[in-house]
Ligand binder design. Sequence first.
Ligand SMILES: Cc1cc2nc3c(=O)[nH]c(=O)nc-3n(C[C@H](O)[C@H](O)[C@H](O)COP(=O)(O)O)c2cc1C
Length: 207
Amino acid sequence: MTNVLVVKANNRPDGISTMMYNTFVEEASKNDSLNITTFDVFTENLPHYGQDLFDALGKLQNGEELNEAETASIAAQQKSQAAIKNADVLVFAFPLWNLTIPSALQAFIDYSVQAGFTFKYTAEGKKEFLLGDKKVYLLNARGGYYNTPEVNALEMSVNYMHAVLNNYFGLAITDEVIIEGHAQDQANAGAIIADGLEKVKALAATV
Ligand SMILES: Cc1cc2nc3c(=O)[nH]c(=O)nc-3n(C[C@H](O)[C@H](O)[C@H](O)COP(=O)(O)O)c2cc1C
């Protein structure tokens, strides 16, 4: 069995990236050799990433007791990292909101990345990646067009996911579908979305 982790990063029921998530899961579920699990970053209620986690890690090393916030931070880190570790294939379904990814997805990424888990530095100061090979698929929707170099530089969801997955997880993007322009080009919105969802179906069939 191939373990597929689908990271769902939108809680808008009618969000286009929610539709991409639904389409992917429906199509991929037809393949009996895939064991598909969803990690919904909104319903997992990951606390803000910060000092509670850093304090908790220090306290655990010293065998000290954790307070409530520290316990919640450690639990968030453990479940995020366990989900990543168990997966052979990672799929991220996420929107462009305010030029970036939803904060709940940012929390999941932050809890997942850790020196000693996703990478380590060698004695020579070189970065070595620890997760091994995993396929990665991105499913993204964005209302405007970001296809010229000047405008693309403003886009910090797909660009960010490439950067963090390549540089901190050591994972290359296997394939991606981006549905874009349906807010800017409303006359063609229906066709843009339908075409994109067909591409999600085709991608799901290749996993
Ligand atoms: C809160 C919010 C912020 C958004 N910000 C942007 C944006 O910065 N740029 C853009 O092109 N579209 C933006 N949009 C439109 C979305 O990119 C578009 O709805 C797309 O389908 C992805 O969001 P969805 O999956 O929630 O539909 C925004 C939409 C919402 C709901």
